[in-house]
Design a protein around this ligand. Structure first.
Ligand SMILES: Cc1ncc(COP(=O)(O)O)c(C=O)c1O
Length: 507
């Protein structure tokens, strides 16, 4: 195994051309417009310093600007000025077990991705099981017991079991997510229930099963619990909105007070809710929860939020503080993100400095940081349309139905051919799906290898979070198969949807 390094230029603050996500809120976006934060000088410096590229057994030459550059096991000295969008996909965007075989084929979990695509068909989600496990273990170690994986990022039975096996709780935000994790055999005492509009049925089910915590999101919910509860008092956290305004560079305030989630600290609503909770015989208030946003790239944002939260939290003399999720991940070659460990360290330090006692259980709820880089999606190219003097359209057999993030948020991705992973990507094409929407775009200006042809494979990395979980069956396009790969073995964890499945609800 070789060495690796993030090769950095602390003076390079260019904003990425793609991948911006502030136009619409990310799932439950919070106080900070995170994609705008991501290129703050501090974020760039931290991200670069912290970027961790797992050592491959065989490597390849990756991007220069911030990425890791490999040849077999040898670290190459690379100038930070060698960035070139035609460079191959960067190692740090791929699952941690990714290697390149002799013919240039990408291998994940010891399985040849080209073979998997041939055997299982496309589109295909391939998750590196060990990558998922390692991230879960990292989160469980970095934060306190009660730290949960946010299942909205990606959930299926196998994922629920894997997360529980690795010592994390599971955060669910609907009756469907609750049902899925319980059906997977996860003990309810390891489940945390979220939701800004929990129904009577969802609350009743949670209480009957004995979930670990209910995260109170509104006063109506307290009324509902008072009405529904019988038996033991349910332990709850109150979700508050810290109204964080970060004060550096491109940081923006996105109206945290104006949110459908939680109760405002500034307006006094949070304090009023605490009085209500303390007077309730149905629940026991054990802590406070806050989630400041998604795709947060700068640990100092978490630290600032933690400070605000601590000022509110300390006088309450409660035992638990959950700082939510939201740690960003790199989607593009030139991006880098802090690790879960670094996020936890910055949070702990800020809380300690703000007077939060050491015996308070500080927990978190990462979703994206655990699942996103664990997976790649593999498509087949079906049509190539060259419009002279305009552009080339390269159409694949999936699209906005298996990855709605580009359409929803304008999110950026990289693309590469997993049959020649280390090939340069000098051509530019618009990668589109097969849906009846002009907006069905996966990459508006993808850098792709030369001479891509019909039937070739095209892979997009970092699709493990908010891809399959946000998938639809638009145009009655069946949802893809999902594989977990490890130790040279691929197992189907979600089978490919069939046309009959699509009709199965019709009466
Ligand atoms: C309350 C809460 N916790 C955790 C998460 C997970 O966020 P992420 O996947 O960005 O870590 C979300 C995402 O929307 C959330 O709303």
């Amino acid at each position: 195994m070789g060495h690796f390094a993030a090769l950095i230029s602390l003076t390079d603050h260019r904003v990425p051309l793609a991948g911006l996500e502030p136009a619409l809120p990310a799932p439950e976006a919070g106080a900070l417009s995170t994609e705008l934060q991501r290129r703050s000088p501090l974020s760039v410096a931290l991200g670069r310093l912290l970027a961790a590229c797992p050592p491959p057994s065989r490597g390849w030459i990756g991007r220069g600007r911030r990425g890791c550059r490999w040849r077999d096991s040898t670290l190459e000295a690379v100038s930070s000025q060698t960035a070139d969008p035609a460079d191959p996909v960067a190692q740090h965007l791929l699952p941690s077990s990714a290697t390149i075989g002799d013919e240039g084929h990408l291998s994940i979990g010891g399985c040849d991705v080209v073979d998997l695509a041939r055997t299982h068909g496309t589109p295909l989600f391939i998750y590196d099981e060990e990558h998922l496990r390692a991230r879960c273990r990292e989160a469980a170690t970095a934060f306190g017991d009660g730290t949960a994986y946010a299942t909205k990022a990606f959930l299926c039975t196998a994922m629920a079991r894997l997360v529980a096996d690795e010592g994390l709780c599971l955060d669910v935000a609907s009756g469907g997510e609750l049902h899925t994790v319980l059906r997977a055999g996860v003990d309810a005492s390891r489940v945390v229930l979220h939701g800004n509009n929990k129904s009577d049925a969802e609350l009743t089910s949670a209480l009957e099963h004995g979930v670990r915590r209910v995260i109170i999101d509104s006063v109506d919910e307290i009324d509902r619990l008072d009405r529904i509860a019988s038996g033991e008092r349910q332990k709850v956290l109150l979700r508050v909105t810290p109204g964080v305004e970060a004060h550096t560079h491109e940081f923006v305030r996105t109206g945290q007070e104006d949110s459908k989630f939680g109760l405002s600290i500034a307006s006094g609503a949070a304090h009023a809710a605490i009085d209500r909770l303390r007077g309730s015989s149905a629940v026991e208030l054990v802590g406070i929860h806050a989630h400041i946003g998604s795709q947060v790239f700068d640990v100092s944002s978490f630290a600032q939020a933690a400070e605000v939260l601590a000022r509110f939290f300390v006088p309450l003399d409660l035992a638990e503080l959950c700082v939510g999720g939201g740690l960003g991940v790199a989607y593009l070659n030139e991006e880098a993100a802090p690790s879960i460990t670094e996020w936890a360290a910055a949070t702990h330090e800020a809380l300690r400095a703000a007077g939060v006692p050491d015996d308070v259980e500080v927990t978190a709820e990462p979703g994206r940081a655990i699942a996103a880089q664990a997976a790649v999606t593999v498509y087949s190219v079906g049509t190539i349309k060259r419009l002279p003097d305009i552009r080339t359209y390269l159409a694949v057999d999936g699209g906005m139905s298996d990855n709605p993030r580009p359409v929803l948020y304008g999110s950026g991705y990289e693309a590469f051919d997993p049959a020649r992973t280390s090939a340069r990507r000098p051509e530019v094409a618009r990668v589109v799906g097969k849906h009846c929407e002009s907006g069905d775009v996966i990459l508006p200006d993808a850098h792709i290898p030369e001479d891509m042809g019909i039937g070739d494979l095209l892979a997009t990395p970092v699709t493990g979070a908010y891809g399959y979980s946000m998938a639809s069956t638009y145009n009655k396009v069946p949802r893809p198969e999902v594989l977990f790969v490890a130790d040279g073995v691929a197992r189907t964890v979600v089978r490919r949807e069939t046309f009959e499945d699509l009709a199965s609800l019709d009466v």
